[in-house]
Design a binder for this molecule. Structure first.
Ligand SMILES: [Zn+2]
Length: 336
């Protein structure tokens, strides 16, 4: 496991969002250290800021200039919950760079984890919101395509819908976006019938879940939607928007996952990469606001990639999963 991080992550301060605190960064790194103590093989890697070209492939250059200018001027804000400080541009561009480096490692055959803040999946082409400034998973997916890959998948298990990622690739058939998220909940997007537009129809797969959902429900999501769609799509790389705010102890999310669940998700995805002939996955940190739960969940994820996947089978008994299967069935034979 290659872990990409930079101390700049701790220097970004969003004074409008107390929970998206600098302390999240050392808490996540403590999870890596825990996995290492438990015997996981970890290589600590530094990262560079994302290249301008990689950022501009998914963000409006005028928006990037705006972010840079606010940061250089000492700070400001983008929305009611998203402040920019003097170190925010440095942190965000390094976080996107970490995700690009994670792609490089994955393509070279090594599982990788970009551990950085702020998170990214709410940031769209020309806007930041929901604590997010640049969209690291989207930048990384664009970077993978620029390296010659034909098609990539982004699987987003953060408790919030990744509206920014969805919007950036909504009309794109080369990037499959899959998300399970609490609904109704912030940011209000991610209905099962949001399946993409134009050429991208069928390449957005949303599984909105009620608050209180636990691992049994997520198992049904993996077995009933994520697994079959990913196998049929055949991605050449899987990026994971790994947020840990669906943990039962999270301060924002209302789900009921234990830390170990994330290890089983990681094991499932790693195994699936092997099945479809893709390189190992690249994980990108998103949310996760209980510091102790964040540490445990990062550790479980890293350990999980070396563990056997659980035997989750589609049984048809979970309503939100069946609704998403119906919405996606016109595009995917495996769901019919
Ligand atoms: Zn989140």
């Amino acid at each position: 496991m290659h872990v990409y991080s930079d101390p700049a992550s701790e220097r970004h301060v969003n004074h409008l969002a107390g929970v998206e605190a600098p302390e999240r960064f050392p808490a996540a790194l403590a999870g890596v250290e825990g996995a290492e103590r438990g015997g996981a093989s970890v290589r600590w890697c530094r990262c560079e800021p994302a290249e301008e070209e990689a950022l501009a492939a998914v963000h409006d250059p005028a928006y990037l200039d705006h972010l840079r200018e606010i940061s250089a001027a000492g700070g400001g804000y983008l929305s009611l919950d998203t402040a920019v400080g003097e170190n925010s541009w440095e942190a965000a561009s390094l976080a996107s760079g970490a995700a690009c480096s994670a792609v490089e490692s994955a393509l070279a055959g090594e599982t990788a984890f970009a551990i950085a803040r702020p998170p990214g999946h709410h940031a769209g082409r020309d806007y930041g919101m929901g604590f997010c400034l640049t969209n690291h998973a989207a930048v990384a997916a664009g970077h993978a395509l620029s390296k010659g890959l034909g098609q990539v998948a982004i699987l987003d298990w953060d408790v919030h819908h990744g509206n920014g990622t969805q919007h950036i690739f909504y009309r794109n058939k080369r990037v499959l976006y899959l998300s399970s998220h609490q609904s109704p909940f912030y940011p209000g997007t991610g209905r099962a019938d949001e399946v993409g537009e134009g050429e991208g129809r069928g390449f957005t797969a949303n599984v909105p879940l009620p608050a209180g959902s636990g691992e049994d429900v997520y198992a049904a999501v993996f077995a009933g939607v994520f697994g079959p769609v990913l196998r049929e799509f055949g991605p050449e790389l899987i990026l994971v928007s790994a947020g840990f705010d669906a943990h039962a102890e999270d301060l924002l999310g209302g789900m009921a996952l234990g830390s170990g669940a994330f290890g089983r998700f990681a094991a499932m995805i790693t195994h699936l990469c092997g099945e479809v002939g893709a390189p190992p996955p690249a994980f990108v940190l998103e949310g996760g606001y209980n510091l102790g739960a964040l540490t445990e969940s990062v550790e479980a994820t890293i350990r999980g990639v070396e563990e056997e996947p659980p035997n989750w089978e589609h049984t048809g008994g979970v309503k939100p999963v069946e609704r998403s299967r119906e919405a996606l069935a016109p595009f995917w034979r495996s769901l019919r």
